[in-house]
Design a protein around this ligand. Structure first.
Ligand code: BGC
Length: 349
């Protein structure tokens, strides 16, 4: 196992980029700014290492990063309808940075802060703890929250993200990582031909503002049925109203109560496979339905549907505070959740 650090100057700021590498050559890089994952390099079936997460050509773009590439998202991932919630009858108002809603932690979410970090090395694994204190009422959320996100790479080709939080008052806490994947190693290739499995019988219906309505819809006989491996694009252009609202998939899938693999993403040609296990209850699948014309690693301009964000989290808070209970963090109680990504290759017949 290897770890290296380098300084990166972005405008007037200096950040660190940390790179972890295991003996199989799997390499993961991230910034102390927003915990942004800038690179995950994994081998294809011939051993060729390529980056599988969407990244900017120019690091300066990470400062604004409107699409949240690779970022830590907090305190709450997803949209909160009308930008408010209540705890014990008290109303808390948040910034409305997604139209009439609040999204991904507000105007300055956890993706826009610098984290302290600490590296610990064991024989088969390296852990990096990224931490910060989010003050009471930051972005309108109550309680001083100590948050720690641990990135761990192991010799067995797993990458683990662990989220831990403890707050001085009852608050909302629902973090994720916003990496966009394309296992082909090229972001000039559409994501529609990747195959996907999600262990979910239901998904969360969204309204016109892409906020959960509170209705859970059965995936059976809909384009949302990924209970068996199939191409993401297979039914993406169907007449389904829910797909039309979002221009593609941008929905929370609620996992069944099974242990084991919750998500599997595979790219036949390269043979790359990524499997995800987690104790979180949901994943928001976002097929990158838009592009802000970003210049991405390699120099090309990003087109829509070139990647998929798999935002493993608790179900996002929706209309009438639906699913709020899932994100409630009681005061002085440490909560830990984790998501395990496993990388391997599989030869197609
Ligand atoms: C949201 C999308 C949004 C994107 C970029 C995703 O997590 O679900 O609706 O466009 O992030 O902000």
């Amino acid at each position: 196992m290897k770890v290296s650090e380098r300084k990166i100057k972005l405008s007037a700021n200096e950040f660190d980029e940390i790179t972890l590498e295991n003996s199989n050559g799997i390499r993961i890089s991230f910034l102390s700014y927003g915990g942004i994952i800038t690179r995950i390099e994994v081998p294809d079936h011939q051993g060729k290492l390529e980056n599988i997460v969407l990244a900017y050509e120019n690091y300066e773009d990470y400062l604004s990063n409107p699409g949240y590439l690779g970022s830590i998202i907090g305190r709450t991932a997803g949209r909160i309808k009308n930008g408010y919630f209540t705890i014990d009858g008290r109303r808390y108002n948040l910034a409305k940075n997604y139209g009439e809603n609040s999204g991904h932690g507000g105007a300055k979410g956890f993706d826009k802060y610098v984290y302290n970090y600490e590296i610990s090395e064991a024989e088969n694994r390296i852990d990096v703890d990224l931490s910060r204190v989010s003050p009471h009422m930051e972005e309108g959320y109550p309680g001083e929250l100590y948050v720690k996100v641990t990135y761990s790479l192991s010799e067995d080709d797993t990458f683990i993200i662990q989220y831990s939080g403890v707050s001085s008052e009852d608050t909302l806490f629902n973090m994720t990582n916003h990496s966009y994947f394309n296992l082909s190693g090229s972001f000039d290739e559409s994501i529609k031909y990747h195959e996907l499995f999600i262990d979910a019988d239901h998904y969360s219906e969204i309204d016109e503002s892409k906020t959960p309505t509170g209705n859970l819809i059965e995936v059976a006989d809909t384009p949302f049925d990924f209970r068996y491996m199939r191409e993401i694009g297979e039914e993406m252009n169907s007449e389904d109203e829910q797909l039309k609202i979002a221009n593609g998939y941008d929905h929370a899938f609620l996992f069944r109560n099974n242990t084991g693999t919750k998500i599997r993403l595979a790219h036949r040609y390269s043979g790359r496979v990524m499997e995800i296990e987690t104790d979180n209850q949901a994943v928001v699948v976002y097929t990158q339905n838009f592009s802000q014309g970003q210049i991405i690693q390699g120099g090309s301009t990003l087109e829509p549907y070139r990647s998929v964000a798999l935002e493993v989290q608790k179900p996002p808070v929706g209309s009438n505070e639906v699913f709020k209970e899932c994100s409630l963090l009681p005061s002085n109680h440490t909560q830990v959740t984790s998501t395990i990504f496993r990388f391997f290759t599989e030869d197609s017949e």
